[in-house]
Write a protein that binds this ligand. Structure first.
Ligand code: SF4
Length: 229
């Protein structure tokens, strides 16, 4: 049967392959005073956005009280307003705020997903969990046929991006390019990889990543996407 975004979403949302993450995502509701009594999504968080995206934004994993609560990547915790504000300012999102699934927010030319689709304890997935979730990312990229740029948020997403390219037959340079904010890897016949610091609460609150830096990375992505389009 032909794959589709809908089919993939159904399978992702029903996935229980990683016992540690299943237990964690289902145990966190009720543990945050700020969200006590709220109904949590508490399932794997599927990708979200424009099915004809040319830009794929790849994060690490849902936040326990953010995306694991709302069901949408980068939504519901402190990284969300920062992240969507930049997307909106650079013309990638219809609004500067993402509230929850079904809020009408639209993305333009952009698909957002994570290397791991369930919230991990301490935001740290195990290598085996990354491994188990990787096939969903492969399918996402295969479905998003127009993707020309993969924006990797953080070192782990960068490694997942390199792996995606290698599996698609790209001849990666040796040694492998290291993660650095603003790093770009452009290879013939593959989507370009672009790296940014992750808009985590820690990176944002310490000023390691600010709006100007994230917006500059998004403008860079557009430039590469236009060049390669
Ligand atoms: Fe399934 Fe991925 Fe969640 Fe593991 S992390 S249970 S593979 S959706």
């Amino acid at each position: 049967m032909r794959d589709s975004f809908k089919r993939l979403e159904r399978e992702v949302v029903a996935c229980r392959l990683c016992p540690r993450l299943v237990a964690w995502r289902e145990s966190v509701p009720g543990t945050s005073a700020a969200h006590r009594g709220e109904r949590y999504w508490a399932k794997p968080v599927p990708g979200f956005g424009d099915e004809r995206a040319w830009l794929l934004i790849l994060g690490l994993a849902p936040g326990a009280h953010g995306a694991n609560r709302t069901g949408r990547p980068f939504t519901g915790d402190r990284s969300g307003p920062f992240f969507y504000r930049a997307l909106h300012a650079e013309g990638f999102a219809s609004r500067p705020l993402s509230v929850a699934r079904g809020d009408g927010l639209q993305l333009f030319g952009t698909w957002i997903t994570n290397a791991v689709r369930c919230a991990p304890p301490a935001n740290r997935p195990l290598p085996s969990e990354l491994e188990s979730c990787h096939p969903y990312l492969v399918r996402e990229l295969a479905l998003a046929r127009e993707v020309r740029v993969i924006l990797c948020l953080g070192a782990l997403a960068w490694r997942s991006g390199l792996r995606l390219l290698r599996e698609r037959g790209a001849g990666l340079p040796r040694p492998l390019p290291r993660f650095a904010h603003g790093a770009v890897l452009s290879l013939d016949g593959s989507p370009a990889l672009l790296a940014s610091y992750h808009p985590s609460q820690q990176n944002v609150s310490t000023g390691k990543l600010d709006q100007a830096m994230l917006r500059a990375v998004l403008r860079r992505a557009r430039k590469i996407g236009l060049r390669d389009g």
